[in-house]
Structure formats: structure tokens, C-alpha cells
Design a protein. Structure first.
Length: 81
């Protein structure tokens, strides 16, 4: 890699645990990494620090979580693709 060239690093957190990880990365410092938080739960997402936030599955989850159900989570993401 050439000197002075920075690699592009993007960290994506999905769901509650993923968004918590993104929050922790911002607390300790991510350097030049970009972060994306994706969640169905509007209140949780609002409290996360991330470069980009995506609320998905609004018509399915109504701004709430999936209750840990991966099928609901999959449908929520597919709805917004």
C-alpha cells in the first residue's frame, strides 16, 4: 500500500447486539473507520452513535424490535432492500 493512503474501513452493526458494538466502538474511538447501525427498534437506534443509521422494517415491527426472531428480522430487512 502506498504511503499516505488510508484503507476504507466500514463496520456494520445489525440488531441490538450489533448496534451496541457500534456504540462501544465510538466510545473507545474508531479512528477513521465509518460505522453503520441497522435496527428495527427506533428508540435503541436513536441512542446509538454511528456515521449512518438505518431503521428497517417499520411496517412490520412498527419501530419495535423483532423479539429475537430471526425470521421477523429477515423480513424486516428484505422489506427495505
Amino acid at each position: 500500500m502506498s504511503e499516505g493512503v488510508r484503507p476504507t474501513i466500514v463496520v456494520v452493526g445489525i440488531g441490538g447486539a450489533g448496534c451496541n458494538t457500534i456504540q462501544r466502538l465510538h466510545e473507545v474511538g474508531t479512528g477513521y473507520a465509518r460505522t453503520i447501525a441497522i435496527h428495527t427498534e427506533a428508540n435503541h437506534l436513536a441512542n446509538i452513535k454511528a456515521w449512518t443509521k438505518l431503521l428497517v422494517g417499520e411496517s412490520i415491527c412498527k419501530g419495535f424490535g423483532t423479539g429475537g426472531n430471526p425470521i421477523v428480522g429477515e423480513r424486516a430487512v428484505q422489506e427495505d432492500l
